[in-house]
Every structure is written in structure tokens, then in C-alpha cells.
Design a protein around this ligand. Structure first.
Ligand code: GLU
Length: 554
């Protein structure tokens, strides 16, 4: 085809569409005025109604990369696959990420008319005209052409290629519509036959290029030779084409996306080149992995079989978003942990995050590690912050009884002070998440606390004797020291050693030691073998409740 035939073909294909010119778009969407180091990043999810930990991991990297140097982070909705679109998906994305403190500077969550939404629309289904403008330009320049192959024809070619053990796909001699004349195309169009628009690849199968990934470093890839589809039969762009057009016009500087796209880089490079755009920097993230509890081997975290992959899991269990952020930062940059340890009071956002420091070989998600981080971080938060957090969680997910824990604010704060070891030299690290925390302290608020089976060598009769002695001598006004002295006196009266050393030397002379007596009381009062300071607990629950519990235990 000649140059003028290309132009004629472009006119025919896009006839009746009121399209702007590429230059008009270039002018409409100016580059942001940002500092030299500033990055423009984006999260580009498909609205499938499911948002997972991998999205959050990626979103945090995007957000940090953009905000480290006053760049911009925006949300683009990639809804070109109508079959996967789910109502309410945008709200879910905003709400789920918002819970973890991720918010966008611009994007699909704001009205197009909002003053910050300079690059609107941010939803791909609303950008049809933009894609057509650039597709038309490619046709005019001979870089794209319509292909009328049916599914059956394409499959026949694929079978032939497989049999011949050559690369499958639409390229070279197999790209049958690549060099058809205008008349033949016109005849098909006149007959109303459906077609897709394909890129006319100029790639050389012999050539490789080196591409620098921000995470993976230098990657050697063969040039693209496939005439990939850029517009589908319904005129909707493929991911590849929309990516090139959108990230160019939205002036993205750094594309952080899943490693599954790395193999598409040659296609994207050719698209950017054919469109005359400068490609962005790319950072392909490693997949989140876990140790499979059954096989002991490493595998990818899966949406289907791993509940911890779903973001709603963390909300429903009541993981504090700050803890999740600390954990994800630990996964994102391996030097974060040390920085955080050395700068415990610094805002997490002060950490010098860099995509270059991101893990190249698969970040290992470890629930035990996450829980340890939770324990540590929660012990450092203010009890008022925790109380508010637990209350919000209980109101949404808690039982009626748990909701009632918050009727007496002072009591809840006192319970938290105990469980967080407030005022102690070594902070307690008992709390993991809201569900576990409220279950842990249920006996302080609820009557019917389950009694754990008595783990002691103390027999029934002796146990009763200890408890009776305790009730007879207990005084609510005793301070912690006096209270413990009385416990020692009970121990002595009941035949237990009050001196550790003595007991160790002659264990057969005693029924046990003071700590065993304390445990008998502890289990009777709380139903548990492990609790914070028992005197403190009694002073949160009150004397009456303590006596009721002990009476019930006897
Ligand atoms: N919509 C694509 C996805 O969800 C976006 C990939 C990208 O960030 O470019 O996989």
C-alpha cells in the first residue's frame, strides 16, 4: 500500500468518529511540573471486585515511590474486559486501600471535573476516542492494519505452528493480512466482516535488546515480532495498547506492575516506539510467596486457597493497618526493618524507600513474622488509640457481648494498660489483632469465661483449700506487694515452698512453690494459665466479680 492508501484506509476505518488529533491530546495533557527526582506512578487495577495483598503490596510501593519526592500517584481503572467487571469494584478498591492508609492524588475515584484530575478520564472505558485517535495515526503511518481472520483460521495456523515446532502467533509469513491490498480490505469492510486492528511489527527475530528494569536490573529480551492486536473487534483496546497510550498521556514516569508483565516488555517497547512516545521506567515486582504448610516448599500466595491473600481477611480479623504497613515495608525494602528499629519514633514515611531496593526473587510472606510485628507495634501504640481501634472493630465484627465491653471506657483502658504493660520496663506483647485481643480479655468483661482445664499437679482438695484461704485473707485495699506477701503466707500454710532455692534443693519436701499457688488463683479468677499481672486484673474486674469467680471455680 502507498502512503496515500494508508491514509485512505485510516479514514475508512474511523469514518464518522469525531476524533481529536494526537497533537490536541498532547496539548490537553501537559507534563506535570515536578521536581527532578519526583516520580509519577499509578495503580491500574481491573474492577473485578477482588482486591488482594499483592495489590496492596504494589500500591504501597507506588505510593511510596511517588511521595518520596513529591510526585503524584493516581488510580486508573482498567475495565476493558467487560466480562470481568463487577459493580461496586471501584468503591471496594478505594475503601480497602484507604483502610491501609493508601490514598491517591488523582484518579478514577474523583469526578473528572475535579481540579486535580488533569488527565481525566481515568477509566479506560471512557477513553475510547483517545485510543482511536492513536490507532488511526498508526494506520495512517502504515504501522497498523485490519485483520479479518476468524477464530478458526487463527487456530488452524496455531496448530500448524505447533506441529512444525515454531513460535506460535501472528507474525511474519503467518500474518496473512499484513500486506493485503486496499481493495481486498475494502471488499471485506463492505461485506461487514468483523476485524481486529493489529500492529505491523518491525521487530527482528534475530535481535535482542537490553532493558533496564528498576528492580530486576538488566534484562536481555528478544525484540517483538508479533503483529499483536491493538483494538479488538468491538473497537476496545487491548491492555498493551491502552497501557502505552494511557501511561504516555497520563505522563507516568514509573510503571510498577506484576512480574507477569515482564515478558510483554518487548511488545510495549515497540508500541511506544511506533507511537513516537518515550517509554516510562518499569519496575516488575516479584510475586508474594509463602511456605506451603503441607509440603514445606515455597509457592505463590494464591487468591483461591490462601485466606491471607484477601484484604478483607485483615479487616475482619482486626489487624491494625499500621502493623500491616510496617510488615509490607519490611517485605518491600529489606533495610526497612533495621531503620525502623533504629528510628522507632519516626514516621514510617520518612524511611528512604526505593524501588531499586525491592526484592527481586519473590517476597516471602510469613504470617508468624507478621504476628510478631503486630505484637511489637501494638505494644508501642497508645492505649487510647488501641481502644478506639478495638471499639471500631467490635462495632463492625464483634459479638454483642464484645460491643458491650466498651460501655465502661475506663475499664477498657485499664484492661489495655495491663495487656500492653503500660508503665512497665519491659512492655508486654500480647496483642496481635482485635479479634484475638478481645478474646484474650473476655474474662474481664464477660461472666461465662471458659475455664481452661487445670494444668497443675495440685489436687482438687488442696486447690479448694488454697482458694478458701485466699478468700479468707484477701483485702481489696492491699497493694500489689502486700497482696503477694499474703499469697506467700498461703503457700507456706498449705505446704508450698516460698523460697526458690530451697525448693530446687529439696523438691520432695514441698507440694510445690508459691508460683503454683498463684496459678491456682489465676486459673480460678481468669480461666487462664497465662495472663498479665493478677493483682492488676483483680483491680480491673473488681472484688465482687473475683469472689464470684473463685466461688464458681470451687
Ligand atoms: N490491569 C492490569 C492488571 O491488573 C495492570 C497492570 C499494570 O499495572 O500495568 O494486571
Amino acid at each position: 500500500m502507498t502512503e496515500s492508501e494508508y491514509k485512505e484506509l485510516a479514514e475508512i476505518l474511523f469514518e464518522g468518529e469525531d476524533l481529536k488529533t494526537p497533537e490536541e491530546y498532547e496539548e490537553m495533557y501537559p507534563y506535570r511540573k515536578l521536581g527532578k527526582k519526583a516520580e509519577v506512578t499509578r495503580l491500574a487495577p481491573s474492577p473485578t471486585g477482588f482486591i488482594h495483598l499483592g495489590n496492596l503490596y504494589s500500591a504501597l510501593a507506588d505510593e511510596r515511590a511517588a511521595h518520596a519526592h513529591d510526585g503524584s500517584f493516581f488510580l486508573r481503572i482498567e475495565d476493558t474486559d467487560a466480562k470481568r467487571k463487577v459493580d461496586g469494584a471501584l468503591e471496594l478498591i478505594i475503601e480497602s486501600l484507604g483502610y491501609f492508609g493508601i490514598s491517591f492524588d488523582e484518579g478514577a475515584h474523583l469526578p473528572d471535573t475535579d481540579s486535580v484530575n488533569v488527565y481525566a478520564p481515568y477509566t479506560q472505558s471512557e477513553r475510547r476516542g483517545i485510543y482511536h485517535t492513536f490507532a488511526k495515526k498508526l494506520v495512517e503511518e502504515g504501522r497498523a492494519y485490519p485483520c479479518f481472520c476468524t477464530e478458526e483460521e487463527l487456530e488452524a495456523v496455531r496448530n500448524k505452528q505447533e506441529a512444525a515446532k515454531v513460535l506460535t502467533g501472528y507474525y511474519g509469513e503467518f500474518a496473512v493480512w499484513r500486506d493485503k491490498g486496499l481493495d481486498e480490505i475494502k471488499a471485506k469492510l463492505a461485506a461487514g466482516e468483523p476485524y481486529v486492528l493489529r500492529l505491523r511489527s518491525e521487530g527482528d527475530p534475530e535481535k535482542e535488546f537490553i532493558f533496564k528494569d528498576e528492580i530486576k536490573g538488566e534484562v536481555k529480551l528478544p525484540e517483538n515480532i508479533t503483529d499483536i492486536v491493538i483494538l479488538k473487534k468491538d473497537g476496545i483496546p487491548t491492555y498493551h495498547f491502552a497501557h502505552a497510550v494511557d501511561d504516555h498521556l497520563m505522563r507516568t514516569t514509573l510503571v510498577i506492575r506484576g512480574g507477569e508483565w515482564l515478558a510483554s516488555v518487548p511488545v510495549h517497547m515497540e508500541l511506544f516506539e511506533s507511537l513516537g512516545f518515550k517509554p516510562p521506567k518499569y519496575a516488575h515486582t516479584a510475586h508474594l510467596m509463602k511456605i506451603d504448610p503441607e509440603t514445606g516448599g515455597k509457592r505463590k500466595l494464591s487468591k483461591r486457597s490462601d485466606p491471607e491473600m484477601s484484604l478483607s481477611f485483615y479487616k475482619e480479623e482486626g489487624y491494625h493497618p499500621h502493623c500491616i504497613k510496617v510488615y509490607l515495608m519490611t517485605l518491600l525494602n529489606s533495610d526497612f526493618e533495621e531503620w525502623h528499629r533504629n528510628n522507632p519514633d519516626s514516621d514510617l514515611n520518612d524511611f528512604p524507600f526505593s524501588v531499586k531496593k525491592m526484592n527481586n526473587s519473590g517476597a516471602l510472606f510469613d504470617m508468624d513474622k507478621l504476628e510478631n510485628i503486630c505484637k511489637n507495634e501494638l505494644s508501642l501504640l497508645d492505649e487510647n488509640v488501641i481502644a478506639d481501634f478495638l471499639k471500631a472493630w467490635a462495632l463492625e465484627y464483634g459479638t454483642d457481648a464484645q460491643k458491650a465491653y466498651f460501655a465502661d471506657e475506663e475499664k477498657m483502658l485499664a484492661a489495655l494498660r495491663l495487656y500492653m504493660g503500660v508503665g512497665q520496663k519491659r512492655r508486654r506483647k500480647d496483642l496481635v489483632n482485635a479479634r484475638q485481643a478481645l478474646e484474650l480479655m473476655s474474662y474481664l468483661f464477660e461472666d461465662a469465661a471458659a475455664q481452661e482445664s487445670d494444668p497443675f499437679r495440685v489436687d482438687e482438695e488442696l486447690r479448694k483449700a488454697i482458694l478458701q484461704d485466699y478468700l479468707d485473707t484477701f483485702s481489696y485495699t492491699d497493694d500489689n506487694g502486700e497482696w503477694f506477701e499474703k499469697l506467700k503466707e498461703i503457700a507456706e500454710r498449705q505446704g508450698f515452698a516460698t523460697d526458690r532455692k530451697l525448693y530446687k534443693e529439696n523438691p520432695e519436701k514441698f507440694k510445690g512453690e508459691t508460683s503454683d499457688v498463684a496459678e491456682v488463683v489465676r486459673v480460678a479468677v481468669t480461666g487462664r494459665a497465662n495472663t498479665p499481672d493478677l493483682w492488676g486484673i483483680i483491680h480491673v474486674m473488681g472484688e465482687e466479680k473475683m469472689r464470684d469467680r473463685i466461688a464458681a471455680a470451687m
